[in-house]
Design a protein around this ligand. Sequence first.
Ligand SMILES: [Zn+2]
Length: 250
Amino acid sequence: MVKLLVLGSSCLVSTEKNRPTHLVCIGRRHGLLIDCGVSPRGRLEDLGIGRDAIDDIFITHFHPDHVAGLPLFLMELCMRKRSKPVRIHAGKSVISRIRRMMEMYRWRKLPAQFPIVYRPVEYRRRTRVLSNDEFRVHSSPVRHVVPAMGVRVDFLEDGRSFVYSADTEPSANLVELAGSAGLLIHEATGKGAGHSSAGQAASIARDAKVGKLLLIHTDPYADRKALLKQARAVFSGEVEIAVDRMEIEW
Ligand SMILES: [Zn+2]
């Protein structure tokens, strides 16, 4: 059975308890990490997810709360003597910045490296990003202040699907990408340039006809009851707010 876990649920301003938003999907043979604002390694190991579990990393956009932990995570895996390659999927400009970051940290000078395979993703609607014997992953561009992509993962084993919005204002591309998915994980930072309120996230869930809405990328100091109330006024399906380390059921 594939597991989907919230490693972090916060917006850019995080706390000790609420780390920046990132997710991990663990199947029988493959693991996917989505976003990497802090290194997830310690938390993954606490959850019983070891050095070789992640094969593919998706970076939705180049903002620190989504990418700043990546060099440390990769270097930690190196120090833990990983030899299996890691594939990184992100927009072209994001990939070139990640390459530069790794060069600035002198990745090539580290002993016993494993291969990093860079996979640029085109910002096109419903682009196929990855397909293996457990997952299909598609992405579509969303509406943030820098180029960003939402991600859809379909599990082949049980037919379940989830969609993660990344950081975005309400996006028609996301409604299309999320169409009839069991679960929409949508940011609810608050209304403003490049972001959405809980009510706006709920309108995307309603329009995409998803089964369940999980609000994420929330301000850790926000009134959670008020966020739920706003979302439930718009979307009649199940609504929850993500918390760090939760396993998502849907
Ligand atoms: Zn963010």
